[in-house]
Design a protein around this ligand. Structure first.
Ligand code: GDP
Length: 304
């Protein structure tokens, strides 16, 4: 898996902006730091994380007296890698399913349009390719289109889907899905949920109920609450992360659409601000365009 293809746009842009920020300068001074601040903010790293990076570099300049602009790249890479959190169990599924987590249950949350359904489809494909038995649950019963779209992906990947009609109780769909998965001796269950943030209390109650009902079938589920964010939406993605982490306990992140943006910096800011590991990144609309997040590859691609 190489990131080069998907992230080309972000790389060129960040790297060329960085080049301009230090053009004609041999040492890192206040001007360079001001320019760098602008580059980071305009790359969607977020103000708080940008200031944190700038402060750390300032401290290094103060300590070392002289830092050449030729060293800035490697210093930045170090600082950024230090802010990114990836997950240690990223290739959990490549190895084996631990017997105390079978079926392994992933509840997927996120607002409409961020690529939630697509990410579920890509994940199902990925797990299936690894020889795992996957079952999908269409617990976003709020929109008929959500159920239909998930069905399209289930057909495409050729995995079973459990659904009811629109408007039915999401918790009931989740219950049926887990029951069916247990009966089929499935390895992985992926549950889609509605993402109506405009009604936070309802959403919170709904997700809490879905969890409670799932636990009647499989203990300690969901094992994972995966929040899907659209990486091309900058501050909106930050805001959604803030709201969802208040609404439910998010354990991992998938950041989508990093192919179509010059602003991959959102990954850095969100990872730093929320301290939740980025597990997957979406780099296209195709079934294979989901990658396990690796921070060193990400940083490399950012600076290429
Ligand atoms: P949902 O409403 O959150 O379920 O969003 P969908 O999964 O239906 O995706 C919305 C749109 O985003 C679709 O056109 C997808 O093909 C597209 N999409 C999803 N993930 C990616 C990605 O990583 N890159 C790109 N370029 N498009 C994506």
């Amino acid at each position: 898996e190489t990131l080069d293809k998907g992230l080309e746009k972000s790389n060129t842009s960040f790297f060329s902006k960085l080049g301009k920020a230090v053009a004609g300068k041999s040492k890192v001074d206040d001007d360079v730091l001001d320019n760098l601040e602008e580059v980071l903010v305009s790359s969607d790293v977020g103000v708080d994380t940008t200031l944190k990076i700038i402060k750390r570099i300032e401290a290094r300049v103060a300590r070392d007296k002289y830092i050449g602009t030729d060293e800035l790249n490697s210093i930045l890479r170090e600082e950024i890698a230090g802010l990114l959190s990836e997950t240690n169990d990223a290739d959990f599924f490549e190895l084996q399913i631990s017997t105390d987590k079978k079926p392994y249950v992933i509840m997927v949350v996120g607002v409409n349009g961020v690529g939630k359904t697509t990410t579920i489809g890509k994940l199902a494909h990925r797990f299936k390719k690894q020889g795992l038995k996957v079952v999908l649950g269409a617990a976003d019963t709020f929109r008929a289109a959500a159920i239909d779209q998930l069905q399209v992906w289930a057909d495409r990947v050729e995995v079973p889907i459990v659904k009811q009609q629109m408007g039915s109780d999401p918790a009931s769909v989740a219950f049926d899905t887990l029951s069916s998965a247990v009966k089929q001796d499935a390895d992985v269950v992926i549950i889609d949920t509605a993402g109506r943030l405009h009604n936070k209390v309802n959403l919170m109650n709904e997700l809490t109920k879905v969890k409670r009902v799932m636990q009647k079938v499989v203990d300690n589920t969901p094992h994972e609450v995966l929040l899907v964010l659209d990486g091309s939406t900058g501050q909106n993605a930050f805001e959604q992360a803030k709201q969802f982490t208040k609404t439910t306990e998010v354990t991992s992140l998938a950041i989508t659409k990093l192919d179509g943006t010059a602003k991959g910096g959102v990954v850095i800011g969100i990872s730093d601000q929320f301290k939740i590991p980025v597990k997957y990144i979406g780099v296209g609309e195709g079934i294979e365009d989901l990658q396990v997040f690796n921070k060193h590859e990400f940083v490399d691609s950012f600076f290429k």
